[in-house]
Design a protein around this ligand. Structure first.
Ligand code: DX5
Ligand code: ZN
Length: 216
């Protein structure tokens, strides 16, 4: 059975703690989309929000850093209570960042954009806990799923299984009741869903429906 990670990007930020409460019983991780207006053409939230959220929920805080200089903010995210930070391979060698995340006892994530080949992340497979596949071009919620990304997920699944690596495969962007089964069949372990969860009237039911569609 895989995991569901609602993305708070689709929340009502004016009542964030209450919004999180609506998914606590039915989701596994909380996906926190951090955007700097440079790496992606949108601005969202940062470590101060993680810090405020931390005492309000026990959920795993899965921080996806879509920012040009993650190294400048890693310490802040660790101190704020992030369980993992996930950094983009497009920024260059992530190893120094991984070392710092480990030093902070954070789990380590690496993410690749839809146009980035799987080869770019393969040298790091035994250095990470989570490999995140963007199934939309990052920056905005509510975009359409890019099915061509599934080939990379399938290829990564085969390598991770063959090498018996303890790496979770996560997919982010355009996940809904139609695309969740495709992502799960390709081998994704964690499904991020923003609008499909927080855009639904009953968020718990939405999480359960996505889980059932994927792994039921
Ligand atoms: C996109 C973000 C995603 C986004 C997903 O840049 O990384 O996590 O919130 O939103 P939906 O599920 O609406 O595509
Ligand atoms: Zn994300």
């Amino acid at each position: 059975m895989g995991k569901i990670a609602p993305s708070i990007l689709a929340c009502d930020f004016s009542q964030l703690a209450a919004e999180v409460e609506t998914v606590t019983a039915d989701a596994d991780l909380l996906h926190v989309d951090v955007m700097d207006g440079h790496f992606v053409p949108n601005l969202s939230i940062g470590a101060p929000v993680v810090k405020c959220l931390r005492p309000r929920t026990d959920m795993y805080l899965d921080c996806h850093l879509m920012i040009d200089n993650p190294g400048d903010l890693l310490d802040q995210f660790a101190t704020a209570g992030a369980n993992s930070c996930t950094v983009h391979i497009e920024l260059g060698d992530p190893r120094p960042l991984f070392d710092r995340m480990r030093a902070h006892n954070m789990r380590v994530g690496l993410v690749l954009n839809p146009d980035t080949p799987l080869d770019a992340v393969l040298p790091h497979l035994d250095e990470i806990d989570m490999l995140l596949f963007m199934s939309v071009h990052p920056g905005f919620g509510g975009q359409a799923f890019l099915p061509e990304v599934l080939d990379k997920v399938r290829a990564a699944r085969a390598i991770v299984d063959e090498r018996q690596l303890p790496v979770e495969l996560e997919i982010d962007g355009g996940i809904n009741l139609e695309t969740a089964p495709l992502a799960a069949a390709a081998g994704a372990d964690i499904l991020v869903a923003g609008s499909a969860v927080f855009g639904a009237p009953d968020r718990g039911a939405a999480c359960r429906a996505i889980r059932a569609a994927a792994w039921g």
